[in-house]
Design a protein around this ligand. Structure first.
Ligand code: ADP
Ligand code: MG
Length: 608
């Protein structure tokens, strides 16, 4: 053999050896009788046997029993000089079956088959295929569940390897143009920077960011990032699920705008506003509150509302009622109350309370609106006063007339007595006339007294009788008869401000007289409509009121009289309201008018 030939052989031999030893496939070289002669590293790795163990086994002993026939076929073919391929199962050292693809190749030396080479490659077992299928199914399930979401897998450094078709419907990008790109490329730079500044602490993170549409504009996405690790704990890939939350963001923006509007509404409201948490701690007050009460937001924040001295001590009892209503979740709408400035100045206020409820209907807090009506109250009182004076003026004429009669009588009797004529009858008459003068004058005084609402139990019969006495002279002048048709003993007592109620009835009687320029009758009837309620009717036979005018009644200064004020009905209504009563006007033109006043009363008449 020359040098060149030797060279070729050794080179061929070393190639052969490398191919054998470093082949990724397992190779088993057997002799013609089937016994193993040689295996490579890959064969050891695949089967789990050691070299020593495999030396004692034939290739056929590694083949699963059900595949023996097919393995033999491959062997026979190779012996006949033909290569053959077959898929069979091998039993590994750990007893597990492994599906393998086997190529049997005749080992030919000097033109003669001296053995068989098996090149064995592991193929995925059915089970593994099923596993793969299951994984795919899970992936499709994921896609299905998140059909509206963009799902992606990226490399640990963020390069997109796979992305769901939603990227096209939502953001206009083609799947193909995104795969291979870094997902950060379409994130808004600010949001991406924020994400890098605060990366999620664990393997799962959720963050909101703007993502660019292919057309250039941005949409808000909520992105969930999940790191997927291999068995060794290294990050293998990154799962991303992006959800379009543009609408939600818009709703949030709207909410914020609404909140800002509400905030400015509260802050700039002319009424004081107090907002409480469910435990009645003050959350906030507005500027009007600070001005009205002299307490600043900083001073009252977190303070229990009822610990703040806003209620004058003499009104504390009334506070309990309001508190009870409020805690029961009832709204309080425009109730009159007295509150107090920090410096002790009392304030007449109109108080409203509304409870706030959460979705479940539980109380989530309360808001108080407090309107300062001190000025309005003062005006009302002035009106009350002026109407009273006016009535007093109207009455004065009648009164003067009425007083003149008994005075004339008195003067006459005094002259008679001066002339030495005396008769006990004279004194009796004189005393009666003096009593009459006294009654009229004292009632007149009562009316002109300043108002301080004092509620005391009073007999209704007494009130009505006094009023009748007072108005009678006026009535007689106008040829009007006042006819009380009730039994004084039957009438109950009322919790009332006597002077004010008297003013109400005088107003009604005066109106009734005014309505009968040619005289007539006024009937006063009293009905007991319930245990705790009386209904008083004042019925005249006057000119009546056309229906379209009835609704105008009670408006201040609405009058049809030359010397009228148009205040009587309004003030009367207010006084009745204060007594928790109500009034009603029924009228027919040229037939007459009936004013009905409903008032709460005591069970018995004899309380006083
Ligand atoms: P004034 O008596 O000063 O006009 P009021 O408020 O007492 O003011 O009454 C307002 C108006 O209501 C009267 O001007 C009158 O037109 C009408 N009115 C009130 N009571 C009666 C009545 N009994 N009959 C007819 N009209 C009445
Ligand atoms: Mg009047």
């Amino acid at each position: 053999m020359n040098e060149v030939a030797r060279e070729k052989i050794t080179t061929g031999f070393s190639i052969h050896k490398s191919l054998f030893e470093y082949n990724p496939d397992a190779i088993f070289a057997t002799q013609v009788d089937g016994t193993a002669t040689q295996v490579n590293e890959s064969a050891l790795r695949m089967t789990g046997y050691s070299m020593a163990e495999l030396d004692r086994l034939t290739f056929h002993e590694l083949v699963a029993p059900e595949d023996q026939v097919r393995a033999s076929e491959a062997f026979e073919k190779a012996l006949r000089g033909e290569s053959h391929q077959v898929e069979i199962a091998m039993v590994l050292r750990n007893g597990v079956q492994q599906d393998v693809h086997v190529t049997s190749i005749p080992n030919i030396e000097g033109g003669e088959v001296v053995g068989v080479l098996y090149v064995v490659r592991a193929i995925m077992a059915r089970k593994q295929q099923e596993e793969q299928l299951r994984r795919n199914e899970a992936l499709y399930q994921l896609i299905n569940d998140h059909a509206q979401d963009v799902i992606s897998y990226s490399t640990p450094d963020g390069m997109l390897r796979w992305i769901s078709p939603a990227i096209h419907t939502l953001l206009g990008w083609e799947v193909e143009e995104m795969v291979g790109k870094y997902s950060s490329a379409i994130y808004h730079p600010e949001d991406w920077a924020a994400f890098l500044d605060h990366p999620p602490a664990g393997d799962v993170g959720i963050f909101d960011c703007r993502v660019q549409h292919k057309e250039g504009h941005y949409l808000w996405f909520e992105t969930t990032v999940k790191l997927i690790r291999n068995d060794a704990g290294e990050i293998e890939k990154v799962l991303g699920i992006g959800r379009n939350i543009t609408l939600r963001k818009q709703a949030e923006d709207n909410l914020r705008a609404t909140r800002d509007r509400l905030e400015s509404f509260i802050e700039n409201h002319v009424d004081s506003i107090i907002i409480l948490d469910p435990e009645c701690r003050i959350l906030r007050v507005n500027a009007a509150f600070e001005k009205m009460f002299g307490w600043s937001q900083a001073e009252v924040a977190k303070v229990l509302l009822f610990d703040l001295p806003l209620v004058p001590p003499e009104h504390e009892a009334e506070l309990e009622t309001i508190k009870d209503l409020m805690l029961a979740g009832e709204p309080v709408i425009g109730t009159e109350a007295v509150r107090m400035h920090r410096d002790g100045t009392p304030l007449d206020v109109l108080l409203s309370i509304s409870p706030h409820r959460d979705e479940a209907g539980h109380i989530a807090g309360y808001s108080f609106t407090i309107r300062d009506i001190t000025d309005r109250k003062r005006t009302e009182e002035l009106l009350l006063q002026s109407e009273k004076l006016n009535i007093a003026g109207q009455l004065a004429a009648g009164v003067a007339h009425e007083i003149r009669n008994p005075l004339t009588a008195l003067v006459g009797f005094v002259q008679l007595m001066q002339q030495g004529m005396s008769n006990p009858k004279y004194l009796e008459i004189m005393s009666a006339e003096l009593k009459r003068i006294e009654t009229i004058v004292s009632e007149l005084l009562v009316l002109s007294k300043p108002q301080a609402m004092t509620y005391k139990p009073k007999k209704l019969a007494d009130i009505l009788q006094h009023v009748v006495t007072l108005i009678e002279t006026q009535a007689i002048i106008h040829n009007v008869q006042v006819l009380p048709s009730f039994d004084p003993d039957e009438l109950p007592a009322l919790e009332c401000d006597e002077n004010q109620l008297k003013q109400v009835f005088i107003n009604f009687l005066q109106n009734a007289i005014d309505a009968m320029p040619h005289g007539g009758d006024i009937h006063i009837e009293v009905e007991r409509t319930a245990l705790h309620e009386v209904l008083i009717h004042i019925r005249d036979q006057g000119i009546g009121i056309p229906p379209e005018r009835i609704e105008k009644l009670g408006e201040p200064f609405y009058t049809t009289k030359e010397k009228g004020t148009g205040l009587g009905l309004m003030i009367s209504k207010r006084i009745i309201d204060h007594h928790n009563g109500s009034m009603q006007i029924d009228s027919e033109v040229d037939v007459g008018t009936t004013i009905s006043v409903r008032l709460p009363c005591f069970l018995q008449g004899g309380i006083v």
